[in-house]
Write a protein that binds this ligand. Structure first.
Ligand SMILES: [Zn+2]
Length: 219
């Protein structure tokens, strides 16, 4: 596993099965992986004719280690994460981030923007609406660009299932309420925190997409 995929204005970098998907949009990354795979990340950036210092903004979909561990490579970037998970980044919390479980280290890092539901993040041509979707963690978010019907889902929804709730901060009732909230969104591109992306010929509601998913949950 590993590689670079171009998806219109978005570039997907995949490093390993453990690392979150890293989405690159201009000078912004959505999630940063574990930080374990420096060489692969460095090579991916080199292939894109970029360096880590070109990244000025990081948006973390939630505070789990496999999504925030790579933040440390982007020292020139401002970090945005939902208010409810922001302390994990600021404290370098190895328990709540699950870093401990991976034997990972997490340097405390200042959060520049504590996101809340309804905020908008402008990234190039995309106007990403922050949708607070607790359940996988208290501060999990999805990001939705209405115009292109692009939905970044973090670990809340995958192309083949939904996020797990048995990790620190997980809550099944919250997840189910979050999924209800997302279900009416029209989606043409589903860009999850792990695994395959889903790009459709014509848009479907998230509810219809999820109806065709196999039962079970994922990371
Ligand atoms: Zn997670």
């Amino acid at each position: 596993m590993g590689g670079i995929k171009r998806l219109g204005d978005v570039t997907l970098i995949q490093l390993s099965n453990l690392d979150s998907n890293i989405y690159l949009l201009g000078d912004t990354v959505i999630d940063s992986g574990t930080g374990f795979n420096f060489t692969r990340l460095y090579q991916a950036f080199k292939m894109l004719k970029m360096g880590f210092s070109d990244i000025k903004n990081i948006v973390n979909t939630h505070g789990h280690f496999d999504h925030i561990g790579g933040n440390g490579y982007f020292i020139d970037a401002n970090i945005a994460i939902h208010d409810a998970d922001a302390d994990i980044v600021e404290n370098g919390d190895v328990k709540k981030s699950y870093a401990e479980y991976y034997d990972g280290k997490l340097n405390p890092r200042n959060v520049n923007r504590r996101l809340k539901d309804g905020d908008t993040i402008n990234v190039g041509k995309l106007d990403l609406e922050v949708i607070h979707t607790p359940g996988h963690t208290p501060g999990s978010i999805c990001l939705y660009d209405k115009k292109s019907e692009t939905l970044f889902t973090g670990d809340t929804v995958f192309s083949d299932g939904v996020g797990r709730t048995d990790m620190p901060g997980g809550n099944e009732e919250d997840l189910s309420a979050s999924l209800d909230r997302l279900s009416g969104l029209k989606v043409k591109a589903l860009l999850p925190g792990h695994g395959n992306v889903l790009v459709l010929e014509s848009s479907k509601t998230l509810k219809d997409i999820m109806a065709t998913q196999p039962a079970g949950s994922n990371d």
